[in-house]
Design a protein around this ligand. Structure first.
Ligand code: ADP
Length: 164
């Protein structure tokens, strides 16, 4: 039987400890996990697609069965072309559910063979989001308890544009 590949798609702008928690959980469930870094169409962008891809790679380098790729386009088509059997999404609280529910049904209609699998975040990350990190960073606050070290280094040392 061929190895089971799951994609974990997101914009990861920036990648947080909550995202890392989900990748680690997924890597224990599937043979291979690809973190799929998508173009962020949100106007409040912090990092470029390439910066985000490199950072996710740094943050997940300890996980043997995890790879990272960036992509632009329709996720359902892309997941099919990669031969993925599942899309992993993280759930923090009930408020995530409505959006995730709609996305999962849309993706199922477009790619019926690919299951969306929801993993619950560790309790300590239930209130961590990329948008909160962007906001705190914009105002010069301490983001060290929200993001992995490589992200902290880049955000603290690089002149990344703040909220646009
Ligand atoms: P998107 O723009 O696709 O929502 P994100 O990068 O914000 O991408 O999130 C990617 C996935 O990770 C989503 O399923 C989101 O619910 C999940 N996620 C975000 N933050 C956390 C967290 N703190 N714990 C668990 N899952 C999370």
């Amino acid at each position: 039987m061929s190895a089971r590949l799951a994609l974990y798609p997101g914009s990861f702008d920036p990648f947080t400890l909550g995202h890392l928690d989900i990748v680690e959980r997924a890597s224990r469930l599937f043979d291979r996990v690809e973190v799929t870094v998508a173009e962020n169409t949100n106007k409040k962008r912090l990092l470029t697609l390439e910066q985000r891809r490199e950072l996710v790679e740094d943050c997940t380098s300890h996980l043997d069965n995890v790879t990272v790729r960036s992509f632009t386009g329709l996720l359902a088509d892309y997941a099919g072309s990669r031969g993925a059997c599942a899309l992993v999404r993280g759930l923090r609280q009930v408020s995530d559910f409505e959006y995730e529910f709609r996305m999962a049904f849309a993706n199922r209609r477009l790619a019926p063979d690919i299951e969306t699998v929801f993993l619950m975040t560790g309790e300590q990350y239930a209130l961590v989001s990329s948008s909160i990190v962007r906001e705190i960073h914009h105002w010069g606050g301490d983001i060290s308890s929200f993001v992995p070290l490589p992200v902290l280094r880049v955000l603290n040392n690089t002149d990344v544009p703040g909220l646009q």
